[in-house]
Design a protein around this ligand. Structure first.
Ligand SMILES: Nc1nc2c(ncn2[C@@H]2O[C@H](COP(=O)(O)OP(=O)(O)OP(=O)(O)O)[C@@H](O)[C@H]2O)c(=O)[nH]1
Ligand SMILES: [Mg+2]
Length: 358
């Protein structure tokens, strides 16, 4: 189900052709500078290998469970408001408006959705509550799927820069993404670009050991631009498929740290003009609509190409995805629904709506 664009590329490819994580490619040159900083972990403490993509069936269950708070406040309230299999009563639309706003769906989508139902019931006196529910689901699905297209991750190596404010789940998301891509036989390199927060390098190093993937890191307090530069060269030299770059958390109001992000982006481009292939802004779903502001400010420093919503499991306001899809030009790419290594997958609008209305 996940990562369809890569599965396509890999179809028919014998397993032996896929580079196993943590094993040097024969005959690949390695710059001495990069080599000095690349760490290939041993096998101690490693996670069990990820389930092959076709067998990763538990995601819908995880998503459904992750959305339980939102379902309790949003879906269940709408269901009881609409009632069952009887003529739709337009007088409930004011209450529907309040429920949508409380779930952080945002004013634009709220107005549109309420208006849609108002028109449908006006045009059809036999319009039922069941039909209203179906219309609501269709409209949500349509709004959420507007900007979804393939990710730009065909290049080898592909560089993904991960940015966001403090504590939103950047580093954990990198580990989960690495795990997801490893299931497709991809060789991953992590770059410890957060040299600012004490313990950040160690945190990513532990993940690299558990995942069994390589990591490029420097000293605490070092210039993160130098680390990302080394990371790109190491990935090229070692034939890695995907580079996931961690960065320090920064408030969008801290102009010096935001400027640093601009510099990181420029240095990446110097080492690899087509990179970063994707820049994902990690957003904590519990932040609500402030996420829209964060996205706008980050985008001024580094062009954001996709969003990752974490901590879906911690909010009753999962409707914020609809607001993000409405107000931002970039697609939602991944959802995080828990702290576990397998609690992340691609965002798919139909699946999300299905899980929301279970
Ligand atoms: N419940 C839940 N917790 C999450 C999720 N994603 C991350 N977390 C937790 O959020 C906390 C912060 O995660 P980190 O990955 O360290 O966040 P960060 O953005 O890298 O933090 P800084 O580097 O300090 O800016 C950790 O306790 C994670 O386990 C999620 O989807 N659901
Ligand atoms: Mg971090």
């Amino acid at each position: 189900m996940a990562l369809l664009w890569w599965r396509k590329k890999d179809e028919g490819k014998p397993a032996a052709e896929k580079a196993p994580a943590g094993e040097a490619q024969p005959g690949t040159p390695a710059s001495s500078r990069a080599q000095a900083q690349v760490h290939t972990p041993g096998t101690a403490g490693r996670l069990a290998p990820p389930a092959p993509p076709g067998e990763r069936t538990s995601w819908l269950a995880r998503l459904t469970s992750g959305l339980s708070r939102t379902r309790g406040r949003f879906t269940d309230q709408i269901r009881s408001l609409f009632g069952e299999a009887r003529a739709f009563d337009p007088s409930v639309l004011d209450d529907l408006e309040a429920i949508l706003l409380q779930a952080d769906v945002g004013p634009r989508a709220t107005t549109d959705l309420v208006e849609l139902l108002r028109q449908r019931v006006a045009a059809d006196p036999t319009f039922t509550s069941e039909a209203a529910m179906a219309a609501l689901k269709d409209a949500l699905r349509e709004r959420l799927s507007r900007r979804i297209g393939p990710m730009n991750l065909d290049a080898v190596p592909s560089i993904v820069l991960i940015v966001g404010v403090n504590g939103v789940g950047k580093t954990t998301t990198i580990a989960k993404m690495a795990r997801l891509f490893q299931a497709y036989g991809k060789r991953i390199l992590l770059v410890a670009g957060d040299t600012f927060r004490a313990g950040a390098i160690e945190q990513l190093t532990v993940w690299s050991q558990r995942l069994g993937c390589e990591i490029v890191k420097g000293e605490a307090g070092a210039d993160p631009s130098a680390i990302v530069f080394d990371g790109i060269n190491a990935a090229k030299a070692r034939g890695c498929d995907l580079v996931l770059m961690d960065t320090a958390g920064r408030l969008h109001t801290q102009s010096n740290l935001m400027d640093e992000l601009g510099k990181i982006n420029r240095v990446i481009k110097k080492a690899y003009p087509e990179a970063p292939h994707e820049t994902f802004l990690i957003l904590d779903a519990t932040t609500g609509q402030n996420a829209i502001n964060q996205a706008k400010v980050f985008d001024e420093m580094v062009p954001i190409t996709g969003l990752v919503l974490t901590k879906i499991d911690g909010t009753a306001k999962g409707g914020v995805l609809v607001a993000l899809a409405d107000y931002l030009e970039v697609p939602i790419r991944f959802l995080g629904v828990g702290e576990g290594i397998d609690d992340l997958d691609n965002f798919r609008a139909d699946e999300f709506v299905e899980a929301l209305f279970r």
